[in-house]
Design a protein around this ligand. Sequence first.
Ligand code: PRP
Ligand code: ZN
Length: 293
Amino acid sequence: MPGRLRIAVQKKGRLADESFAMLKKAGLNFSVRGDGLLARVKNLPIDLLLVRDDDIPNFVASGASDFGLVGENVFAEETLGSKGLDVSILRRLGFSRCNLCLAAIENGSLQSLADLKNKKIATSYPGILSTYLKDKNIDATCVEMKGAVELAPRINVADAICDLVSSGATLEANGLKAFETILESEAVLIGSRRTLSAEKQSIYERLLSRIDGVIRSKDSKYIMLNAPQSQIKAISKILPGSDAPTIIPLGTDDGLVAMQAVCTENVFWETLEALKDKGARSILVLPIEKMMS
Ligand code: PRP
Ligand code: ZN
């Protein structure tokens, strides 16, 4: 199908679920069934290739797929040094955030980077880890494991580990503690330098503008409140990430106005408390479903 845009997406796992949710918010209508390797988007000429995450950078570089959604950790590991793949990050997507960390047994003899000298470190990221160690002048051995890395110290396969930490629950369950972050990661959209057909380019631009809208609307809120006329300036300053608010006079004679604004940053309870301190009343915070500029 030459006219259909192909996007490689991780088949299973946390990043997969959040990637599907993001694409659905961008208006793509598709369903992922059991063992399927391809999901056709019904309302746009797009096919999703459902693959292993470490294959995604290669698929994009080789042209098997036009774009990919992948964790930055995988992107970094697969594109290191000599691999020289034609693939780069087009957008950071702000979800599936996690850290690639060095960790060891809590209260054990390994507590810092320097303690790793001549030790064995288990990891699924040998490229990133060995580059980091070389950079820090630490002579240690990487033991590659495809999964269950947190088990390594307990079964004496390694002295320390280098693995992803999200909530920290897996480390804790295995009596481990992180002491160094090597890489901060989030989901990214990747692409190559190849020229797309005019058809595909236009689908891509449409998709990208929708993805940008999804990213922006995520933290954005619509705020409505009533405030004393004299406090308009003070209140405008507190509204996070908003342009000039709309001011509407109220038909009352107590000097109150209604203010409405789009806030592009997170609105916390603390923000509302600060607004209230400035005399704002009847404060409403509404979610924004879609945004396009
Ligand atoms: C990932 C990662 C850690 C864990 C971290 O593993 O490799 O083991 O999640 O998450 P947490 O800090 O919230 O506990 P995953 O479940 O994807 O399995 P895998 O390592 O076997 O691929
Ligand atoms: Zn794991």
